[in-house]
Design a protein around this ligand. Structure first.
Ligand code: NAD
Length: 284
């Protein structure tokens, strides 16, 4: 079975950009979230991101937005999801919330459908155990912004079959992306390393060692990073960073993952980064 149709669950930061990217490669997409208000915002986000990404990705310059959006079916229902060959789940980084979705998807997906779990830190093996065919479950850790990032960290859960890995490898190749395959361990490679780095920058900010601007400048101008860690945290979402650190802390029982109180305070205050308009920096 080759992948022809894709369902995306969760139309937030990642779900919108994955839908945009897949549609730009002619895949029909179903994009599901919990209510119509969120779906209206998702349409707007896709439109805004399309305009921005068009300036950086040649492929999009000749595609009218009306064509791109026509391949995305927005829905709050599970109807139609049983037609998808691949289901990419991108809901909030919370195991219990994800668990409920997989228990519902069990009754609304076709046999042999592949489940791509987009998560920052949650165990793919644990998600696989919720489904009758854990061999069809793998992690698809997309990088943000999806249409501009070539790499996807693909995570092999305990039961993931080589057949599933190979199907996803060729699916990603059809999107001009490469898969780096890693084994399932909390945070995989990317977030096991990046989350504590971001967290340490927040501790440094809290200790007043330097301003947010200067912390990021050190990484950009000193280490030639494309973005500083605090701007990266704003792009990802501070709630996602906090949930990821809590998950790593619990998984490894290691204090090196203890979230900085300033990060918690900012999330409590609704400063979530780009998606709320303010995080370590302001976006208006
Ligand atoms: P987000 O908060 O922007 O969006 C999550 C979306 O899921 C929201 O629109 C929410 O309404 C929806 N949702 C919640 N429960 C749902 C349900 N039961 N059914 C359908 N939709 C539901 O989060 P995000 O940043 O897009 O992250 C999504 C996942 O991707 C997380 O697991 C995160 O760790 C992972 N991830 C995020 C990034 C990033 O840069 N933001 C990068 C890689 C992976």
């Amino acid at each position: 079975m080759s992948i022809k149709k894709v369902a995306i669950i969760g139309a937030g930061v990642m779900g919108c950009d994955i839908a945009l990217d897949l549609s730009s490669y002619n895949y029909p997409v179903i994009l599901k979230d919990v209510n119509d208000d969120i779906l209206d915002k998702a349409r707007e986000k896709i439109k805004k991101d399309f305009r921005l990404i068009k300036m950086m990705k040649k492929k999009l310059t000749s595609m009218p937005f009306s064509e791109l959006i026509s391949r995305i079916q927005f829905t709050t229902e599970y109807d139609g999801i049983e037609t998808a060959d691949l289901i990419i789940e991108n809901i909030t980084e919370d195991f219990d919330a994800k668990k409920n979705v997989y228990l519902e998807l069990k009754d609304h997906s076709k046999k042999n459908a592949i489940f791509g779990v987009n998560t920052s830190c949650i165990s793919i093996t644990k998600i696989g155990a919720l489904l009758p065919e854990p061999e069809n479950v793998l992690g698809m850790h997309f990088m943000n912004p999806v249409p501009l990032k070539k790499l996807v960290e693909v995570i092999r859960g305990y039961h993931t079959s080589e057949d599933t890995i190979e199907k996803i490898r060729s699916f990603l190749a059809s999107l001009d992306k490469t898969a780096t395959i890693v084994n399932d361990f909390p945070g995989f490679i990317t977030n096991r390393v990046m989350m504590p780095m971001i967290n340490e920058c927040v501790w440094a900010l809290q200790d007043n060692v330097a301003t947010a601007k200067d912390i990021d400048k050190i990484f950009r101008d000193g280490f030639s990073h494309e973005m500083g860690p605090l701007a990266t945290a704003d792009l990802i979402g501070l709630d996602t960073i906090l949930n990821s650190l809590l998950m790593l802390y619990e998984s490894y029982n290691d204090s090196k993952f203890r979230p900085c109180p300033l990060l918690k305070k900012m999330v409590d205050a609704g400063l979530l980064g780009r998606k709320s308009g303010e995080g370590f920096f302001k976006y208006m």
